[in-house]
Write a protein that binds this ligand. Structure first.
Ligand code: A2P
Length: 270
């Protein structure tokens, strides 16, 4: 199939309840893919939030999972970034979608990984493992992020180099982006690392924070709850260890109703 032709194909009319049409799919590795779908006209969301998406199940009941919206709030389409779990109830099938197919999308965005749940600060740290980069792909394209913070640092860690590509391509393209470039330039720093393949920077986020290596490499002061803010999104173990680390140096977990110094959200799989 010619990808250019399918990318530009006119969306088929929606037939499922809450159906949206797939407009593009990109496979990054044999375990990771991203895709875009049409955006419901009524859908408003805050960068960092997630929605439920899915496919009709064999028994007629939809199979739904939480997905962070990876696209910015101003974009016409919605983008998602997903792992492929070979026997996952949803992703084993979702990984085969193609432009023109339909998925189910419940247009009720929610989540705690939002700027509103953080107190004002100087520097914002976005800390992600694996597909946890997805909500940050939205937040780094939101002008409000740069209006609220003088500096934004994205740390992303994966086992292998190729697993960083989705985030790397996006972040490296932003300074030249015609829409968001002027906000990003000089403010956004990127610190990718791998843990199971040699690359220029290695190690777990928790280790690079605790040893001080990342502060030395970037020339920034160590984490300080009076001026730094953090958003955490990754595996359960990563989130737990980051929570312990941040709270041991005086960060408190924020919520929409009570903003504080950090927020955390699980990266969803299934
Ligand atoms: P490592 O290779 O040392 O386990 P996974 O694919 O298991 O979700 O992991 C994605 C990345 O997150 C890997 O680089 C992994 O490092 C790292 N990671 C996993 N658990 C933790 C944790 N508890 N704290 C910090 N990093 C973690």
């Amino acid at each position: 199939m010619d990808p250019d032709v399918t990318e530009n194909a006119a969306p088929k009319p929606a037939t499922l309840p809450d159906a949206q049409t797939v407009t593009g799919v990109k496979h990054w590795t044999d375990r990771l893919f991203s895709f875009r779908v049409t955006r419901p006209r009524s859908l408003r969301f805050r960068s960092g939030e997630f929605v439920m998406i899915g496919l009709p199940g064999k028994d007629g009941r939809p199979v739904m999972r939480a997905y962070s919206i990876a696209s910015p709030a101003w974009a016409d389409e919605l983008e998602f970034y997903s792992i492929k779990v070979p026997d996952g109830p949803l992703t084993s099938r979702l990984q085969h979608i193609e432009p023109g197919d339909q998925i189910i999308l419940r247009p009720k965005p929610v989540g705690t990984l939002v700027l509103d749940a953080l107190l004002p600060g100087k520097r914002l740290w976005m800390l992600a493992t694996g597909t946890g980069i997805a909500p940050f792909a939205s937040l780094v394209r939101d002008p409000e992020t740069y209006e609220k913070f003088e500096q934004v640092i994205v740390m992303h860690t994966c086992r292998l180099k190729a697993e960083l590509d989705y985030g790397r391509e996006l972040i490296e393209s932003l300074p030249d982006d015609p829409l968001i470039g002027e906000f990003v330039r000089g403010k956004l720093r990127y610190y990718p690392t791998t843990t199971r393949e040699d690359s220029p920077q290695m190690g777990r986020i928790t280790d690079n924070l605790q040893s001080g290596k990342v502060f030395a490499d970037l020339g920034v002061p160590p984490l300080d709850p009076s001026q730094d803010r953090a958003m955490v999104c990754g595996s359960l173990g990563f989130n737990r260890d980051m929570k312990t680390l941040l709270e041991s140096i005086g960060f408190r977990e924020g919520a929409n109703s009570e903003p504080a110094e950090y927020v955390v959200e699980k990266a969803f799989v299934g």
